[in-house]
Design a protein around this ligand. Structure first.
Ligand SMILES: [Zn+2]
Length: 351
């Protein structure tokens, strides 16, 4: 019998498995002290926990064993194998058992490059397709975003379609970090399934102290408490978008330059403060001007930014970014807070 065939209806099971872990616990019962063993066993179809009241001392984690006449019961919502005095545990030296990978289900805010493969569930959006030639074949790279109720991060999938608006359960997704932000990719090891009837709350409202990891598209409400003195207008290359200190891009000397408003400031929501940067897409609506008008306000830009930002409370959609072990914000959208938005903690701050 294979692990994925086991059901609670089985009175006893006979399985060939690999011992993945053995832990020991001693408990006090009415009949005195009792020691039992517990852990995980696996085969090529899955992994299942076990509890053993009797366990041969010679068996170690990594051993292949045949387990005969074991009982099955559901415990904490999961099937479990019980090994007791009627069960036979037979060591099978030389038997090589492949164990199916299982991945921990995590929220997108908790993904970290320390755990390179995880399972996540989320809605996909902003997918674009790029065609690739590889070893004589044509492949499509799908790239865009995936979000759950804690974060929104980039996702890419080589050859396996992702459709906008659909919700996927992704087991064995690869986690990586790029430019201080987390990304998910669908690799050969990944199981990708569309799922129905799963609700995601996309209003990710947090306080600053609650965010410990790079997380994308988070809503916060906070005051601007400092404005960086070098905030102002910068030139960028229209091809590579790099800021230009000399006015000419070394890689694209003939390209047009475009004007941007680079703004950096500190925000505080009463639970913590953090550095933030914002570009023209976020800042132009706050200044109440259009892109064409940037050049007109150039002489007075710092004063205008100061007047509109400093000391004001804003509702912001931000990406938390991790660089050199410290978090900062990139502001996607910033709006002055309406009275109806003001939370109790902000009112207290204003007093
Ligand atoms: Zn350039």
């Amino acid at each position: 019998m294979k692990i994925d065939e086991i059901s609670e209806k089985d009175s006893t099971v006979d399985i060939l498995v690999k011992i993945l872990s053995i832990d020991k616990r001693t408990v006090n019962t009415s009949r005195g002290e009792t020691t039992y063993y517990y852990g995980l066993i696996g085969d090529d179809t899955g992994v299942i926990p076990y509890t053993a009241w009797e366990f041969p001392q010679v068996i170690k984690a990594g051993d292949a064993v045949e387990i005969k006449y074991a009982r099955v019961k559901e415990y904490n919502g999961r099937l479990r194998i019980y090994i007791d005095s009627r069960t036979e545990v037979i060591l099978k030296p030389g038997e090589n058992i492949e164990v199916k990978n299982t991945y921990k289900e995590v929220k997108l805010q908790d993904i970290s490059s320390k755990t390179p493969f995880v399972s996540v569930t989320g809605m996909v959006s902003g997918i674009t397709e790029h065609e690739y030639q590889k070893s004589g074949g044509k492949f499509i790279l799908y790239s865009g975003f995936i979000e759950d109720d804690t974060s929104k991060v980039r996702i890419s999938s080589f050859g396996r379609p992702l459709e906008n608006g659909k919700i996927y359960s992704i087991k064995g997704a690869r986690v990586s970090e790029f430019n201080g932000q987390m990304e998910i990719s669908v690799s050969d090891k990944t199981t990708l399934n569309e799922i129905q009837g799963y609700n995601i709350n996309l209003e990710r409202n947090y306080r600053i102290f609650e965010i410990k990891n790079p997380a994308g598209s988070i809503n916060i409400m906070a005051f601007v408490i400092t404005l960086g003195t070098k905030s102002g207008i910068i030139k960028r290359c229209s091809v590579c978008n790099k800021p230009l200190t000399t006015g000419v891009c070394p890689d694209h000397p003939d390209a047009k330059t475009i004007l941007d408003i680079f703004t950096y400031f500190t925000v505080d929501d009463g639970t913590g403060h953090i550095q933030a940067i914002a570009g023209k897409n976020a800042i132009l609506p706050v200044l109440g001007i259009s892109e064409d008008e940037i050049v007109k306000v150039a002489g007075d830009i710092y004063n205008r930014l100061y007047e509109k930002l400093y000391g004001h409370a804003f509702k912001m959609n931000v990406d938390f970014v991790m660089n050199d072990n410290s978090l900062s914000l990139r502001v996607n959208k910033i709006q002055e807070i309406q009275n109806s938005d003001v939370r109790q903690d902000l009112i207290e701050l204003e007093v």
